[in-house]
Design a protein. Structure first.
Length: 189
């Protein structure tokens, strides 16, 4: 073959589109997927014509690109999970382990800033689960005083932790923090 007989592959490409589509249909068994596959093949071929060896079989080269693209997509799809609503993806989310430790460290620092009376009532009412009446007897003050101290201590702790009304330190608080913050069944009235 002489140099004048070798055609530019860009000019020859449209002639192979029907054969490429038929091959793509035989692989995908779906007209839409076949058209997408042919389109992707043409884009890859066009951007890689510098790798095509002039004088070789362009059709074979295009079929190879199409076939490799098809199997690459299939391998990728095997690893993917169909999740159009994002339900599966939501289940895969996992909070970092360190969040709980950091929150507990913040909680301990804030708890240490409370007055001894506030730490005492939170420990007895919240963490240990005693009723306000029981704590009243233990520390020798009126029930109303225990309730008032407990309420003020929880408010101060929330303020130190910069929590908004109804906001928890973490969605999954350690039991000690939840109890002290009044999010357990032992919350004082």
């Amino acid at each position: 073959m002489t140099a004048t007989e070798i055609r530019d592959p860009r000019d020859e490409l449209p002639e192979h589109l029907p054969s490429l589509r038929a091959f793509a249909l035989s692989l995908t068994r779906n007209a839409t997927e076949a058209d997408d596959l042919v389109q992707e093949t043409v884009v890859k071929a066009w951007s890689n014509f510098d790798r095509f060896q002039p004088g070789t079989d362009l059709r074979a080269w295009l079929f190879t690109i199409l076939r490799n693209t098809f199997y690459s997509v299939r391998r990728k799809l095997r690893r993917e999970v169909s999740d159009p609503d994002g339900i599966h993806a939501q289940g895969l989310f996992d909070k970092p382990q360190h969040d709980g430790r950091l929150a507990m460290n913040d909680f301990v620092r804030a708890f240490d800033q409370l007055s001894p009376e506030h730490r005492e009532v939170l420990t007895l009412v919240g963490a240990n689960g005693y009723s306000c009446e029981q704590v009243s007897e233990m520390i020798g003050v009126a029930v109303g005083t225990v309730k008032s101290r407990t309420n003020r201590a929880r408010q101060r702790l929330a303020q130190l932790l910069q929590l908004e009304d109804g906001e928890g330190l973490l969605d999954t608080q350690p039991a000690e923090m939840a109890a002290v913050m009044g999010r357990s069944g032992t919350q004082a009235a």
